[in-house]
Design a protein around this ligand. Structure first.
Ligand code: NAD
Length: 421
């Protein structure tokens, strides 16, 4: 039965459901389970008081935590701090997390959290107060074997440390497994930070091999030089590819002979932006439209749209960021023969490394860096092979193939558990 409601309405939710509907049609998904998976199992909306350092007045802040599917294990997903975050966006992201976990075969359902506040002007003390109170509000539904948060936009390792501390204080014992993406000193993973970028490049190279192209001989352009972008750049450089342009919010730098990425790492350690790097020239054009073989959007969502899709010169796009390509742009690119490694596969190295962190925390076990890296690449390449096989069998693009894999697995888990009561 179709449930009519506008509780979760948002542009992003509509896009995620449109995509889901298209794939559900393709695989003839049982109509009952189809409707069930459009809505999250649990959504918690909280409001709490917040006082800034220099003001007497008390603001009311809204926070969300959405758990999409509770059938396959605990739920897992990041928490974002952004002024315009809403229930629909958080729900859409939670649904995508369910597909992503299922694509790489992790024992999780999808979740996501959000606090509607601009993190940029917050002092450290203010951010800490917001985080601790939000965590306290989430206590009834989070837990090491219930729902495990992680960082997302506007939150970081320090935020995770405060969540862990708040939760541990309430529970009465240290609980490192309550969050992933925390500092190494608190049981965080030594490779978590680089896993998303490196995982993305590993599947990118695997895809290019299938297409008869060489990653090593390719020219790579990367948008964003944060966690994902910089390790995608380093990994590309280590594989012998030429990273010809990168940018961030402060500007762009270009070198047709390839940027020296280890040197760029040294530059970014002392400067706020890649701009000003002496090993390249400043570039003030559209980075996504630079001539290259491989484009890695690794900054924010919605950057490749129907307005610029025709201008993209890359023939392979590896989606490091979440939802960088709108559905309309995706169609245009496919018609132009561009192969897209979709976000739900390409950036799944992040949740995979989080899974390793959580397993180590719950078992009080430590893996070496080389072991973690090998396990990551194994999970990513296995998932890629499965997605590639589906795309060949169904004659479809990799995004559709990845969604087929993810949705089928989640639907099978729900159907196998049956109805309660
Ligand atoms: P980050 O905050 O570490 O870095 C973001 C980078 O993008 C910064 O260099 C910033 O200056 C740049 N940037 C922001 N807006 C930009 C714009 N409009 N144009 C150019 N550059 C811009 O973030 P991150 O952790 O690297 O995440 C990047 C993307 O990857 C996000 O979409 C995130 O949701 C997604 N993602 C991250 C992970 C992870 O493990 N970090 C996992 C999965 C998905």
């Amino acid at each position: 039965m179709i449930v009519e409601n506008n509780l979760f309405d948002s542009h992003m939710y509509k896009e995620v459901i449109r995509q889901y509907d298209e794939v559900s049609d393709l695989i003839n998904l049982d109509s009952n389970i189809r409707e069930r998976l459009k809505l999250p199992q649990r959504s918690l909306v909280v409001t709490f008081p917040f006082r800034r350092d220099e003001y007497d007045e008390v603001e009311t802040v809204i926070g969300y935590r959405v758990q999409h599917v509770l059938s396959m294990g605990p739920t897992k997903g990041g928490i974002r701090y952004a002024p315009d975050v809403n229930l629909g966006e958080v729900t859409a992201l939670a649904i995508l997390m369910s597909w992503k976990s299922a694509i790489v075969g992790l024992p999780y359902g999808g979740a996501k959290g959000g606090v509607a506040i601009d993190p940029n002007p917050l002092t450290r003390a203010e951010k800490q107060r917001v985080t601790r109170r939000y965590t306290a509000e989430l206590l009834p539904i989070i837990g090491v074997d219930k729902d495990i948060p992680a960082p997302d936009l506007g939150t970081d390792e320090q935020t995770m440390a405060w969540i862990m501390d708040t939760y541990s204080n309430f529970v009465g014992s240290p609980q490192p497994g309550i969050v992933t993406g925390k500092p190494v000193s608190l049981g965080g993973s030594i490779t978590r930070r680089e896993s998303t970028g490196r995982g993305a490049v590993a599947v990118g190279q695997a895809a290019m091999e299938k297409l008869g192209k060489s990653y090593k001989d390719s020219r790579v352009v990367i948008q964003g030089f944060g966690n994902v972008g910089r390790y995608a750049a380093l990994d590309s450089y280590e594989r012998g590819a030429k990273v010809v342009a990168v940018n961030d919010l402060g500007g762009a730098v270009m070198n047709n002979d390839g940027l020296n990425i280890p040197e760029l790492f040294k530059h970014i350690a002392k400067n706020p932006s890649v701009s000003g790097f002496s090993g390249g020239e400043e570039y003030d054009g559209e980075i996504l439209e630079v001539d290259c073989d491989v484009l890695i959007p690794a900054a924010v969502g919605g950057v490749i749209t129907s307005s610029n899709a025709e201008k993209i010169k890359a023939n392979v796009i590896i989606e490091g960021a979440n939802s960088p390509t709108t559905l309309n742009a995706d169609k245009i690119l496919r018609e132009n023969g561009v192969v897209i490694i979709p976000d739900i596969l390409a950036n799944a190295g992040g949740i995979t490394a989080s899974y390793f962190e959580w397993v180590q925390n719950t078992q009080n076990y430590l893996w070496k860096e080389t072991e973690l890296h090998e396990k990551l690449i194994d999970v990513m390449l296995t998932a890629f092979e499965e997605v590639w096989t589906i795309s060949q069998k169904q004659s479809c693009d990799l995004r559709t193939a990845a969604l087929i894999k993810g949705i089928k697995r989640v639907a099978a888990a729900k159907l196998t558990r049956g109805l309660f009561p």
